[in-house]
Design a protein around this ligand. Structure first.
Ligand SMILES: [Zn+2]
Length: 241
């Protein structure tokens, strides 16, 4: 196989590889909207969850305080019986009243906590259902996308193996140069020369160079764009034979 034929094969493989890469990169964009929707819902859900946990803590603390103060009142009441002096008796009653008043205020606080608690609990349930629904849709799409990504990866590694196989017969310096031109010249590193012009940049080629192209199976470059050029007629003949 001539170098030209090898390079043309290589170019085709590299182009296909590039196309597959481009397709692969487009895939995550398909779920970008769903992903950001899911993330938005998840953030809301987590914020509500945090708020709910905080309220649970406040509710428990308030209930415990109220319980403790009630016990205090009960203990004080039973002590009342054993009190000997009026002074002590009234002091104790005053203390009991004070504790009861403080507890009444705590109960008011508990009521407002409970109202918020119920509201957040309801909102949390709604957000949980919502995040679950969006999450299920997102995961379902991701399963599909991962399968397609895996297929792309498989194609890419198959093409890479094929590329290495084809490039193995080339001189290393030429292979490197070819890759460099491929990257810098929009994926076209080797082009035909037709009617004394380079089909890559469409500039004229000198008649001397065009003659060389027709006669030699040597690598020539376009003096303008540096792409590797070949005489198409020769290739057509070789392909036919
Ligand atoms: Zn050119």
């Amino acid at each position: 196989m001539t170098n030209v034929k090898v390079l043309l094969d290589l170019q085709e493989i590299m182009s296909r590889s590039r196309m597959v890469e481009a397709e692969k990169q487009k895939v995550p964009l398909e779920v970008a909207d769903l992903k950001s929707l899911f993330e938005e819902r998840e953030t809301k859900f987590l914020a509500a969850k945090l708020e709910f946990e905080q309220l649970q803590k406040e509710k428990r603390e308030k209930e415990r305080e109220i319980e403790e103060e009630r016990d205090k009142v009960e203990r004080a009441k039973s002590k009342l019986m054993s009190i000997k002096t009026n002074k002590e008796y009234y002091a104790m009653l005053k203390e009991i009243e004070g504790t009861k008043r403080a507890n009444a205020a705590r109960e008011e606080e508990l009521l407002s906590i409970l109202a918020r608690y119920e509201e957040v609990e309801k909102r949390l349930a709604e957000l949980s259902a919502d995040v679950g629904e969006v999450g299920a849709r997102y995961r379902e799409r991701m399963v599909d996308i991962e399968a397609r990504m895996a297929k792309f990866d498989k194609d890419i590694s198959r093409l890479q193996a094929r590329k290495a196989e084809v490039a193995a017969s080339l001189d290393k310096g030429l292979a490197r140069r070819f890759e460099m031109i491929f990257d810098r010249r929009g994926g076209i590193a080797i082009v035909a020369a037709r009617n004394q012009s380079c089909m890559g940049c469409h500039m004229n080629i000198s008649p001397q160079l065009f003659n060389l192209l027709q006669r030699e199976d040597r690598i020539h470059s376009c003096p303008n764009c540096n792409r590797i050029i070949y005489y198409e007629g020769d290739q057509a003949q070789q392909a036919g034979g």
